[in-house]
Ligand binder design. Structure first.
Ligand code: ADP
Ligand code: ADP
Length: 232
């Protein structure tokens, strides 16, 4: 069975009198260990899709299952618990806390999970070393380059060792060298640790790493393409 299953999912935004269907009749299966790229132009519904897959929001209509559990009608506190256990987020704007240094930012999700502080600190240091920032533990975000901030965000997304990593425009605000580094890194997580990687983007660069490419346009899945990668 799929790890994530969207069945006839709709998302309707209400603006006063006006209703707008940002997602219409979306069916999508994502299997454990897949590298999925959700590709579409600006305004096609990518962020809406990411919010639903990431348990940040619920659909207006339809069913979303995660690990066979129907999550479509859960309340925020239950969604938050699922996010905390299962999903590592990499946001376009990084969402680092400006007053916390790299290490503190990375271990924040572990503090929410009430992980022992010494263990959290050790894991945070390891993760920052993995992303090549072992010498920047005490730098604030303002004391890092854009690419370095993105790497802190990646380290943070891995803190809880989530089975799913969900990245919103991971190459968005970065120079192409840093963007490629990030994609290579996610690809390594996918291959070595069998993580499920989901990238939501308008950029075609991530497509080369994908097992599955989901094209969305005007809130609908236009087509799904499968790639036979030479792995496994
Ligand atoms: P993308 O991420 O592909 O740019 P979004 O999911 O952000 O697309 O938006 C899809 C459509 O839904 C857009 O037309 C956008 O204007 C509309 N939309 C997104 N969020 C809201 C909201 N909170 N209220 C009303 N309309 C929204
Ligand atoms: P955008 O797609 O507009 O550039 P982001 O990539 O920063 O925005 O965030 C994508 C979506 O995730 C937005 O709808 C935002 O509200 C939500 N979001 C961003 N950061 C967090 C967070 N730390 N916790 C919960 N939701 C978040």
């Amino acid at each position: 069975t799929p790890l994530i299953k969207l069945s006839d999912v709709w998302k309707t935004y209400q603006m006063g009198e006006i209703e707008f269907d940002a997602l219409k009749n979306v069916d999508l299966d994502i299997y454990s260990g897949e590298f999925v790229v959700i590709l579409g132009p600006s305004g096609s519904g990518k962020s809406t899709m990411m919010n639903l897959i990431g348990c940040l929001d619920v659909p207006s209509k339809g069913i979303i299952r995660l690990d066979d559990q129907d999550i479509s009608k859960l309340k925020e506190s239950d969604l938050a618990q699922i996010r905390g256990q299962s999903i590592g987020f990499i946001f376009q704007q990084f969402n680092l806390i400006p007053t916390l240094n790299s290490l503190e930012n990375v271990i924040l999700p572990l503090e929410f999970q009430e992980v022992d502080p010494d263990i959290a600190k050790k894991r945070g240091q390891e993760l920052l070393e993995i992303v090549g920032l072992g010498d920047k533990l005490t730098n604030l975000p303002s004391q890092l380059s854009g690419g370095q901030r993105q790497r802190v965000a990646i380290a943070r997304s891995l803190a809880i060792d989530p089975p799913i990593i969900l990245a919103d425009e991971p190459t968005g605000n970065l120079d192409s060298k840093t963007g490629t580094y990030i994609l290579e890194f996610l690809n390594e997580m996918h291959q070595k640790e069998k993580k499920t990687i989901i990238i939501v983007t308008h950029d075609t660069e991530p497509v080369q790493y994908a097992d599955k490419i989901v094209y969305i346009r005007d809130g609908q899945v236009e087509k799904i393409e499968y790639r036979n990668k030479m792995e496994n």
